[in-house]
Design a protein. Structure first.
Length: 569
């Protein structure tokens, strides 16, 4: 294969992680190929819960509106008395509704089957010139200096085609049983749960149940049946566990119907078509590192865990966007490969905490009794599950001149974050609505144009928020930052009062923080000068007080430009 045929990035696996990585790269203009061994798109709910933090990332990637059109809210759980299975024991909210705030407009879990969310991501990729190559299996990879060769087998009808794909970087998002991690020889340490936690999961059509609840009968000591309403008419997501013949339930429809009747005590349920059904044996495992040379693993290929807590799809997407923007900078020639060391550095402590948390949730749920004892406590969600506190405050590439930086990971999920007032580098960047765009270009027949920070953030550039104090500091830092390639930065001057004159020069957006949400969200006083640098993944990369602090941050991220002279003011 000629050098001209080399693709910058090859992604193996077209689940949420692979698609989110591809979309991040394409939003940055980086060519990418995505291969998937399955001959057709997967069906089924699987990872349906989309957490508030992932909704923010989907906003950055430009897909949240399409997701919200199809998604539904998380319905309450209703537990029933047996043997009749009709009279409720208790009904409770798994995740009590949280009112949106200016800093966190996406405040509640939404539910959308993984088949639908993947379809939306594929459609957006297609509009960016990238289509998933189905029926294409990776069987070996070979690292060769400045590139990787991936040997794949493609099926076209009855024909099989062998192809060698030459790429500069390869991302394995091909699941826990995928080829990439095995080819790298990475340890995948952890444990397999016992038979008590063995489940049957699936999607099936049912009539006779309301769509307003997640229905629950029995327990894992006997027979457990759970049926969760989905966004699709008459389709319910199924859990069956306990003292049952899992393999027989999957293999024989008659056994599935029998166990549903025995487990629920109901004879009035009308069982229709089965869209998908399989056995599920939970594992908790994590790779020792998420990178080896020019090859990476993300999502289930890097870590696998129980479905309780709904963190799987969400962690996978967060892996992908974290890696995607960094690879994009390298392909643009402004960062060196050393930047990629921060991928494992930032994500591994987060995943370690997530594995412990999801395991505890699974174990708690396993001890709920058929009479409802312990149900509401075991199934309570919210808080850290929403993932708004997930952070990388210890990362070697962040700079924080306001709050002392953590030397090692202390609280990767931000469990104690909301007990303090200090927003810190390494945390998610809050939103701020009600920003009035200043300048003649902002005028319209309906008055001044308004925006929010979440409408400004994007995956293809850093957003630099400059909170001015009325002095010349803002102009000086603008002069320094304008020395960087314009497409890499979006500079935003945040004012507390409407300006009578503008700062000379261009290349920046000037906004009035009319309602004070930006200053409040970032804990900046009205007349305080501070600069907040927001990364393409919506994480605060730097909080600095002068030009030297900003230059220090960008020297770490745009490190391929470090030797180029920048203004000193």
């Amino acid at each position: 294969m000629s050098e001209d045929a080399t693709v910058p990035v090859l992604i193996v696996g077209a689940g949420p992680a692979g698609l989110a990585a591809a979309l991040t790269l394409r939003k940055n203009g980086i060519p990418v190929r995505v291969i998937e061994k399955e001959p057709r798109a997967r069906v089924g709910q699987r990872g349906a819960g989309i957490m508030p933090r992932s909704q923010e990332l989907f906003k950055i990637l430009g897909v949240i509106d399409d997701i919200c059109v199809k998604a539904i809210g998380l319905v309450p759980m209703r537990m029933y008395k047996l043997p009749e299975g009709i009279e409720p024991i208790t009904t409770f909210a798994l995740d009590p509704t949280v009112a949106p705030t200016p800093s966190a407009p996406y405040s509640n879990v939404i539910m959308l089957g993984q088949n639908h969310s993947e379809e939306i991501l594929r459609d957006h990729l297609k509009h960016l010139g990238c289509e998933v190559e189905l029926g294409t299996t990776l069987y070996s990879i070979q690292s060769d200096g400045d590139h990787v060769q991936a040997h794949v087998l493609k099926k076209a009808g009855d024909d099989e085609i062998v192809e060698t794909i030459k790429c500069r970087w390869l991302i394995g998002t091909d699941g826990a049983r995928g080829a990439v991690r095995k080819q790298l020889g990475l340890a995948f340490d952890g444990e397999t749960f016992g038979v008590t936690h063995h489940l049957v999961v699936g999607d099936l059509h049912i009539k006779g149940l309301d769509k307003k609840h997640w229905h629950y009968w029995g327990d894992l000591d006997t027979i457990l049946v759970m049926l969760r309403a989905t966004e699709d008419e008459d389709v319910y997501f199924l859990f069956i566990g306990g003292q049952v013949d899992h393999a027989k339930i999957v293999a024989e429809r008659a056994e599935l119907e029998r166990m549903l009747k025995v487990g629920t005590g109901r004879t009035d349920l009308e069982i229709g078509a089965v869209r998908f059904i399989s056995e599920y044996k939970p594992h908790v495992r994590m790779a020792e590192t998420f990178r080896k040379g020019r090859v990476f693993v993300a999502g289930d290929a890097a870590h696998i865990h129980t479905p309780f807590g709904g963190q799987g799809l969400n962690s996978s997407v967060q892996d992908a966007v974290n890696l995607g923007w960094k690879l994009s900078l390298i392909e643009k020639g402004v960062a060196t490969p050393s930047l990629l060391d921060s991928y494992t550095e930032e994500r591994l402590p987060v995943i370690t905490h997530m594995l412990r948390m999801s395991t505890k949730l699974f174990n708690d749920a396993a001890h709920v009794k058929a009479d409802g004892t312990g149900g509401e406590t075991a199934w309570h969600r919210g808080g850290e599950i929403h993932m708004l506190g997930v952070n990388c405050r210890w990362s070697s590439i962040i700079v924080d001149e306001r709050t002392p930086k953590e030397a090692t990971p202390v609280d990767p999920y931000g469990v104690t974050r909301f007990c303090t007032d200090a927003v810190r580098a390494g945390e998610r960047a809050p939103d701020a609505p009600g920003l009035v765009v200043l300048g003649a270009a902002a005028d319209s027949t309906n008055g001044a144009q308004k925006t929010s920070l979440f409408n400004i953030f994007a995956s293809s550039y850093h957003t630099v928020l400059i909170f001015g104090d009325g002095t010349s500091k803002a102009g000086r830092i603008l002069s320094v930052l304008q020395a960087y390639p314009a497409e890499l930065l979006r500079m935003v001057l945040v004012h507390t009062e409407r300006l009578t004159s503008s700062i000379p020069g261009g290349g920046y957006l000037s906004v009035l923080d009319r309602d004070g949400h930006a200053h409040e969200g970032y804990q900046v006083q009205k007349d305080e000068f501070i600069v907040v640098i927001v990364r393409p993944d919506g994480v605060i990369g730097g909080i600095v007080r002068d030009t030297e602090g900003a230059k220090q941050y960008f020297a770490r991220v745009f490190n391929a430009l470090a030797d180029q002279p920048l203004p000193t003011l």
